[in-house]
Design a protein around this ligand. Structure first.
Ligand SMILES: [Zn+2]
Length: 422
C-alpha cells in the first residue's frame, strides 16, 4: 500500500486567506532550495478562517496544486486542515493531507479514573530524574506528577485518538500527516507535561508527526514575541530534548518534531529556535498565517493609486469596526488604542507612510504594531469587499508577489531554517 506520507524535517506553514499567493509563497521555498535547504510548504487554513472569508477547503487545495505545477516543484507539499476537531473535520476530508487536531478545549476535562490509574502504572519509565540529552537540568517526574498531568491531559489525548481514527478510516493509514495542537489554551505546558502528553499519545497509537504545545510568552498575531527570551530558549531546548527522548522511549514516529504556532513574525525567538535545531539536529514546523495577507496590503499600498486607496478604505472600515474585529482574537492581540491613527489621518498618508507603518521592520521609525495588529484581524473587511479586493490583487500581482515572497523568505525562512541574519 505505498509508502508512508512523511513531513520533511523542515517545513513552513503558510496561510493564504484569499488563495491568491500560493505561487509567491512557493517561490520563497524555491529560493531556500536554491541555497541548498529544503523547506516543505504546507498551506494551512482553519475552519474559522474559511467561515470568516466564506471560502472552501477545495480552493486551498486547488491553489496549492496549481502553484506546484506552475513552478515545477517536485518535492513534498501539503494542505493542512488547521485546528480541526470532530465537528469540523468533515469538510476537509477530500482536500487535505495534513490534519491539525486541536484538543486544547479538552485540556482539564475529567478523564476516566481507571484510565488514569492504568496510565500511571504503564508509564513507570517516566519516574524520577530524567536526563534529557543536551540539557543541563534533569527533569524530575514523580508518580503524583504523572497522575496530575494525566488528570489534566488524558481526556484531551483520547479525543485526539478518536478524531485521528475517524480521519484514518477515510484517508487510510499513513496517507496523511497528523499534528496535535494544544496551543490555544491559557497556560504553557512544561517540558515534563509534554513528556506525559507524548506518552499518552503513544499509548493512544496516534502516529503524530508534529506537536504544537503552548510556549510561555505572548504570541500575538502578526507581531513579534513578547516575553522572557531566556525562558523561551530554555523551554524550547527542553521541549526538543523531550521529543527526542519520547521518540526513543515510546516508539513514536522518528520524524516527530515541534510545530510552532507562531501567529507569524516572532523574529526575536527565531535565532533561539535555529540554534536549538542545529544543536539537536532537529526539525521544526513553523506555522505562520496572517503575514501573507498583510503583505498583500503592503503590496497594494506600494502600488499607490487604486491600490493605496483600497488599503486606506480597508483601514477605515477596520478602524470603525475595531471592537467587533478584535473580539474573536482578544487573547492574541495587544492593541494600544492611543497608537491607532484615525482613518482621516491615514487617508492623507503617502504610499511610503502606509507601507512604513505596516511593514514588519520592528526598528523602522514609521512602524506601528497597533495598526499592524488591527489590519491583521481586519481581513474580514477585505473578504466583504469581494471582487473589488480580488481584482486589485490580480491587477497588482507582481508587486504583491514580490512582497509576499521576500517577507516569507527573508524574515521567516532564512532566520529559522538557514540561520543567517535577516
Ligand atoms: Zn495554533
Amino acid at each position: 500500500m505505498g509508502h508512508k506520507l512523511t513531513l520533511p524535517k523542515y517545513s513552513i506553514g503558510t496561510g493564504d486567506r484569499f488563495a491568491h499567493q500560493a505561487k509567491a509563497q512557493l517561490d520563497a521555498c524555491i529560493r531556500a532550495l536554491d541555497h541548498g535547504v529544503e523547506v516543505a510548504p504546507v498551506w494551512n487554513k482553519s475552519n474559522r478562517e474559511h467561515m470568516i472569508i466564506g471560502s472552501e477547503p477545495a480552493e486551498t487545495r486547488r491553489a496549492a496544486d496549481e502553484a506546484v505545477k506552475a513552478k515545477g516543484w517536485r518535492l513534498p507539499y501539503f494542505v493542512d486542515a488547521d485546528h480541526i476537531g470532530e465537528q469540523t473535520m468533515g469538510r476537509f476530508l477530500s482536500s487535505s493531507d495534513f490534519y491539525t487536531i486541536d484538543v486544547a478545549d479538552f485540556i482539564g476535562r475529567a478523564a476516566d479514573a481507571e484510565d488514569i490509574d492504568r496510565f500511571v502504572h504503564a508509564t513507570g519509565a517516566l519516574e524520577g530524574k530524567i536526563a534529557l540529552r543536551g540539557t543541563d537540568e534533569a527533569i524530575t517526574i514523580t508518580k503524583d506528577d504523572r497522575r496530575q498531568a494525566a488528570a489534566k491531559f488524558l481526556a484531551a489525548v483520547k479525543v485526539a485518538g478518536t478524531v485521528y481514527r475517524k480521519i484514518e478510516a477515510v484517508k487510510g493509514r499513513g496517507r496523511f500527516i497528523t499534528e496535535i495542537s494544544m496551543d490555544e489554551t491559557d497556560r504553557a505546558q512544561t517540558p515534563a507535561e509534554l513528556l506525559v502528553i507524548l506518552a499518552a499519545i503513544a499509548r493512544e497509537e496516534i502516529p503524530v508527526q508534529t506537536i504544537a504545545p503552548k510556549f510561555s510568552g505572548r504570541f500575538n498575531k502578526g507581531v513579534d514575541y513578547v516575553g522572557n527570551l531566556p525562558q523561551f530558549d530554555r523551554e524550547f531546548v527542553q521541549d526538543v530534548a523531550a521529543i527526542e527522548f519520547a521518540v526513543k522511549q515510546f516508539g513514536l514516529p522518528a520524524e516527530l518534531k515541534l510545530s510552532v504556532h507562531s501567529g507569524s513574525d516572532k523574529f526575536s525567538i527565531y535565532p533561539a529556535i535555529h540554534r536549538t535545531m542545529a544543536r539537536f539536529d532537529a526539525g521544526v514546523h513553523l506555522k505562520t498565517a496572517g503575514t501573507t495577507w498583510l503583505e498583500e496590503l503592503i503590496g497594494l499600498a506600494e502600488a499607490d493609486g487604486d491600490g493605496l486607496a483600497l488599503a486606506k478604505d480597508i483601514y477605515r472600515e477596520a478602524y470603525a469596526h475595531r471592537e467587533e474585529l478584535c473580539a474573536p482574537y482578544a487573547t492574541v492581540i495587544d492593541i494600544d488604542p492611543a497608537r491607532l491613527p484615525s482613518a482621516d489621518i491615514v487617508q492623507r498618508w503617502s504610499s511610503e507612510q502606509f507601507t512604513g507603518a505596516l511593514r514588519h521592520v520592528p526598528d523602522a521609525p514609521l512602524y506601528n504594531s497597533s495598526l499592524r495588529q488591527l489590519l491583521h484581524v481586519g481581513y474580514k473587511v477585505a473578504a466583504q469587499m469581494g471582487r473589488r479586493y480580488l481584482d486589485l490583487l490580480e491587477s497588482n500581482e507582481a508587486i504583491v508577489a514580490r512582497n509576499v515572497t521576500e517577507n516569507l523568505y527573508a524574515r521567516h525562512i532564512v532566520p529559522v531554517f538557514m540561520g543567517k541574519p535577516k
